[in-house]
Design a protein around this ligand. Structure first.
Ligand SMILES: NC(=O)C1=CN([C@@H]2O[C@H](COP(=O)(O)OP(=O)(O)OC[C@H]3O[C@@H](n4cnc5c(N)ncnc54)[C@H](O)[C@@H]3O)[C@@H](O)[C@H]2O)C=CC1
Ligand SMILES: O=C([O-])CC(=O)C(=O)O
Length: 314
């Protein structure tokens, strides 16, 4: 049986860690690509190091490092983590100009070498970067998806489990909106072992936990000092890769292209989707309360604003 081919563009912290999770789960053969220059050999070094862990973890995925898109040709999934991360004091939006240029260069190559791939964008500011990736590749929007919601929800679930002293496995939650301070929690879709979270945590404390989730990326940036989070972001990305490669039909929040859905009008924003081999196979439309609709609209407006700034930049 042909093994799936997964290419990861950007062999930095998120890219290399995604390669690690994908290899350990034997999701397919992996190509790790980064730019030529002084550090040209770095992806080859990381790939070889990962390969040498295969006898320990018992995986037969191959991992190669390269600077040449020819090696990524015919990928089933391409993950784009290329770009700069933020440092303390910066917002994700401060990365817009630099990362939009990088995203354009990367996606021109992806379009030429892996025209049938499903593309998962991770680089920030996420919602604008995934819009740029869709524009440059010209791929159907269902095959260009952004990773944010799985990470944001994982953070939320972690904090809820810590608060209640229960297993993370028993926490089921959903967040919507952009990957930023405007993300929209949905307490009505958050349960602990089937019990609505609102029966276990009072409103004020829940709002504090939501607030910590919103600022979850910045909290890690403040601790690391030199860059941003990568273990959980890479785990979230690998979960999306798995849903696509194994056609799992996971119902998870991703940045998906919404036109009529939720009346967004042609932008990427975090919504619940069904993710399978074809990428986004369905956007699930929930009935939101008035307050949730207003918060979601606020989040969409922030994404629109960023996309319009990006259009004026490049
Ligand atoms: N969506 C999300 O939930 C998250 C997004 N991020 C974002 O992911 C991006 C990567 O973060 P890290 O891996 O921590 O950064 P990093 O600095 O460790 O790695 C980025 C890599 O991209 C490479 N790169 C730059 N230009 C390139 C190009 N034209 N082609 C190929 N590779 C190129 C760099 O050489 C570097 O190795 C950042 O923009 C960060 O903000 C990070 C965490 C979560
Ligand atoms: O905070 C950042 O810059 C990286 C990121 O998106 C996250 O960890 O959520």
């Amino acid at each position: 049986m042909r093994r799936a081919k997964i290419s990861i563009v950007g062999a930095g912290n998120v890219g290399a860690t995604t390669a690690h999770w994908c290899a350990a789960a034997e999701l397919g053969d992996i190509v790790l690509l980064d730019i030529p220059g002084e550090m040209a050999d770095m992806p080859r070094g990381k790939a070889l190091d990962l390969m040498q862990s295969s006898p320990i973890f018992g995986f037969d995925s191959t991992v190669i490092g390269t600077n040449d898109y020819a090696d990524t040709a015919g990928s089933d999934v391409v993950v784009v983590t290329a770009g700069i991360p933020r440092k303390p004091g910066m917002s994700r939006d401060d990365l817009l100009a630099t990362n939009a240029k990088i995203m354009t260069m990367v996606c021109e190559q992806v379009k030429a070498t892996s025209p049938d791939a499903v593309v998962i964008v991770v680089s920030n500011p996420l919602d604008a970067m995934v819009q740029r990736a869709m524009q440059v590749t010209g791929f159907p929007p269902s095959r260009v998806i952004g990773q944010a919601g799985v990470l944001d929800t994982a953070r939320y679930r972690t904090f809820l489990a810590m608060e209640l002293g229960v297993s993370v496995e028993d926490i089921c939650a959903l967040l919507m909106g952009g990957h930023g301070d405007t993300m929209v929690p949905l307490p009505s879709c958050t349960t602990v072992g089937g019990i609505p979270v609102t029966q276990l945590i009072d409103e004020k404390r829940l709002e504090e936990i939501v607030d910590r989730t919103r600022k979850g990326g910045a909290e890690i940036v403040g601790l690391l000092k030199t860059g941003s989070a990568y273990y959980a972001p890479a785990g979230a990305t690998a979960q999306m890769v798995e849903a696509i490669i194994r056609d799992k039909k996971r119902l998870i929040p991703c940045a998906a292209y919404c036109d009529k859905e939720y009346n967004v009008g042609g932008y990427y924003v975090g919504v619940p989707v069904i993710l399978g081999t074809n990428g986004v196979e369905k956007i699930v439309e929930l009935k939101l309360t008035e307050t949730e609709t207003a918060a979601f609209q606020h989040s969409v407006d922030a994404v629109k604003e960023l996309v319009s700034v990006m259009a004026g930049l490049v």
